[in-house]
Design a protein around this ligand. Structure first.
Ligand SMILES: Cc1cc2nc3c(=O)[nH]c(=O)nc-3n(C[C@H](O)[C@H](O)[C@H](O)COP(=O)(O)OP(=O)(O)OC[C@H]3O[C@@H](n4cnc5c(N)ncnc54)[C@H](O)[C@@H]3O)c2cc1C
Length: 178
């Protein structure tokens, strides 16, 4: 649902739930802080509070490590400076940038060349997230926006997906990828 949130077809509040609601149902305990070190022999986690930078220790009987993963740029230089789509904040940032570009493209001071640049979107990687986000941007720019931004012409918009392998969605069944 993040690709939909990135273009605004879905509000973030409809795809997020407060962790406190979930934790309360199981009589759990939530701490918003960063785990920094596991002291296996003492069965303790060293935790740091981001805002205050203060440390404390949390004891455990059983430990589950589930810190997720970071985006992989697959060695493509410069990709780390582009927008990623992994968190709600990323979706907000992409949405903000798309709206900013569209507003800029409509200004009478924007040249044809600048407008083309502002309305050109490139997605690296044709996995499910890349394909979904490209499709969402396409729908937004081709179906929804022309009604509200008549100055923008469809032929000025371009959306590209860059994919290293022979076909898109290559982790899926061939019929889906076709
Ligand atoms: C755009 C997008 C679309 C997706 N769509 C689907 C889909 O349709 N279906 C599907 O099955 N999967 C989908 N996925 C994949 C799915 O979201 C992930 O596989 C799943 O979220 C992984 O869960 P996780 O708990 O391992 O990690 P995460 O969800 O990444 O959770 C890890 C958590 O640990 C926290 N953390 C990290 N380090 C620390 C630390 N040191 N101390 C404390 N906390 C820490 C992070 O802040 C984060 O909250 C999608 C992913 C993306 C990015």
């Amino acid at each position: 649902m993040l690709p939909s949130a990135a273009v605004g077809t879905l509000e973030l509040k409809s795809l997020m739930e407060s962790i406190r609601h979930i934790v309360r149902r199981v009589n759990g305990h939530y701490l918003q802080a960063s785990a920094e070190k596991v002291l296996f022999s003492e069965k303790l986690i060293k935790v740091r509070c981001k805002n205050t930078n203060k440390e404390f220790y949390v004891p455990y009987d059983k430990l589950v490590i589930a810190v997720g993963s970071t985006s992989n740029t697959h060695g493509v230089k410069g990709l780390q400076f582009s927008n990623q789509l992994k968190t709600a904040e990323d979706a907000i940032e992409i949405r903000r940038k798309i709206v900013h570009n569209i507003e800029q493209a409509c200004l009478p001071t924007t040249t044809d060349e600048e407008r083309k640049k502002l309305l050109s979107f490139v997605v690296c990687g044709a996995g499910p997230t890349g394909v979904e986000v490209a499709a969402e941007i396409f729908d937004l720019l081709n179906e929804d926006l022309p009604r509200h931004f008549p100055r923008i012409l469809r032929q000025e918009i371009s959306i590209h997906i860059i994919q290293s392998r022979s076909h898109i969605l290559n982790t899926y069944d061939k019929t889906i990828s076709e």
